[in-house]
Design a protein. Structure first.
Length: 217
């Protein structure tokens, strides 16, 4: 019963956030002109490099927040025929995580997203540029609500190696609670070691991920 209530509240909150962002984005576009783009070239992961790493206990609303936003993205990216999956730590029941929902989007050509950044802005998304994405033929989008990041969207070629690696790591953690607990312990250690270094925190997880699936994600 409590889980159902939390899920309903999460859906209501996500819908309200999506509506607020759509209205805000539309007004911004109207002020900036029809050609306004949400793409920020050359910024890459450095945009969040100095943010404080804060882990939260697992929350049962995270899957609901994924489902609501996945429907928004299916509409926004309908022309690309997207395939969507909930990935990252918020997709693993019981696992502590940064409270940012990771969404994997698979399409035929990730670069096609570039033509839709203005439309995505109306739903609260902005594309983060950088060679770490373009050189791998990937794209990275961020949704922010009232200055707080709520969703990350990883756009890759559907069914390529990156797609399979992200799903494999998620699925292994889902079926092995002991391994998930070890991963959480590592993340807490890294968050304490690199409290304001996203790059250090992320790099510190690489060896663990490689030990689980053979390669880094």
């Amino acid at each position: 019963m409590q889980h159902a209530v939390l899920e309903r509240e999460a859906i209501k909150a996500s819908r309200a956030e999506a509506l607020a962002d759509a209205l805000s984005g539309s007004r911004s576009a109207a002020r900036g002109g029809a050609g306004t783009s949400a793409y920020e070239p050359g910024s890459g992961v450095a945009v969040f490099a100095d943010e404080v790493i804060a882990l939260s206990p697992y929350h049962p609303s995270w899957p609901a927040r994924y489902r609501v936003e996945a429907e928004v993205l299916r509409v926004a990216l309908a022309a690309c025929t997207p395939h969507l999956e909930h990935v990252g730590s918020t997709a693993v029941p019981g696992l502590a995580a940064k409270p940012i929902v990771d969404i994997l989007v698979g399409i035929e050509r990730p670069a096609d997203i570039d033509a839709h950044t203005g439309r995505l802005a109306n739903f609260g998304y902005r594309a983060i540029g950088g060679s770490e994405y373009s050189e791998r033929d990937q794209r990275f989008l961020v949704r922010t609500v009232r200055g707080v990041r709520t969703h990350h969207v990883h756009v890759v070629e559907h069914m390529n190696d990156s797609w399979h690696r992200l799903l494999l790591f998620r699925d292994v953690l889902r079926i092995d609670p002991q391994l998930a607990a070890e991963y959480e312990q590592l993340k807490r250690k890294l968050a304490a070691q690199f409290p304001t270094s996203r790059l250090g925190y992320t790099a510190g997880k690489s060896e663990f991920i490689k030990s689980v699936i053979g390669v880094t994600v």
